[in-house]
Design a protein around this ligand. Sequence first.
Ligand code: ZN
Length: 366
Amino acid sequence: MIIKNGLVFNENCVFEKKDIYIENNIIVDSIEKVTDKTEIDASGNYVIPGLIDTHIHGATGHDFCDKDAKGLISIAKYLKSNGITAFCPTSMTLKKELLKEIFNTATTDLPKDCANIVGIHMEGPFLSKEKKGAQDATFIVTPQVDMFKELNEACNGMIKIITMAPECDGGLEFIKEMSKTVSISLGHTTANYDMAKQAFDLGATRATHLFNAMPAFNHRDPSVVGAALDSENAFVELISDGIHIHPSMVRATFKMFTDDKVILISDAMMATGMENGSYELGGQKVTMKDKKATLADGTIAGSATNLFDCMRKAVSFGIPLESAIKACTKNPAVSINVFDKMGSISVGKLANLVILDKDLNIKNVI
Ligand SMILES: [Zn+2]
């Protein structure tokens, strides 16, 4: 396949007019290497890498934690049709035995019209009860290396990210021992600056939904936010659905951290892609009205906006298009070590591509 005349988001994260050659779903460097010479005319359109959502619980009425392979396929189809070509299904705080069964479903072979699963994001159960957000405190436990290893074995080593609170008993020891195996993300935490800085120095590389479920960015205790800013290797997740974070804070975050370090995520739950109504997240009842999902007590419970729409929102908040795309493609890929296969339009990588018109409407997902 050949994609002609598009404005292509290139390896330097700028747009450039060029053609893309695809053979066996891989981008190749010349037309001679292409067997099927079908052309797609992308004149006047953008061509960007498929988006990668590294924090998503569900969509289309299904949740990863339903431990239902068919539901996972439905989520993955929805994502692909919305330009998200890879994702990390994300778990909630639940019992170990149940998590094992859930994680096992991620090993399912997905049909061709689905987004690829590129790893599991394990959100809990090693969290702070004080900052549980929409997580069920009943199942929160202290960080345990053995438990993590058992869960990781249940899915053939697919856990790529673990969200945890470093201040819990054994938290720092866990980070020290496991940071080479899994990307440690600080979240649902009461950590102050010093604790968070220590966690980053020991190998944590990420902060989960920055600003949400952590102490505020305070002038005398800048908490996880300040510690992430002072740590060279830290990526920060940001939910830019327009509900979790004020647009001004989205702009401030891109300015502070630069577009090298921000990863946009959806944190989407099962109501995404659905009508207003009652749904569930991690065993708790959630009401979704006009894209806002809340528990009975008003706590925000995940989002109802997919990553593509989060990217568009970020642009509408004033984030440059190139920066917003980078935060949904290259940065998430680098953060989970899959940038050699996806996350940019480069020779040798998967031809996961989205063609958009100038108003950022999806024309085609490849
Ligand atoms: Zn989440």
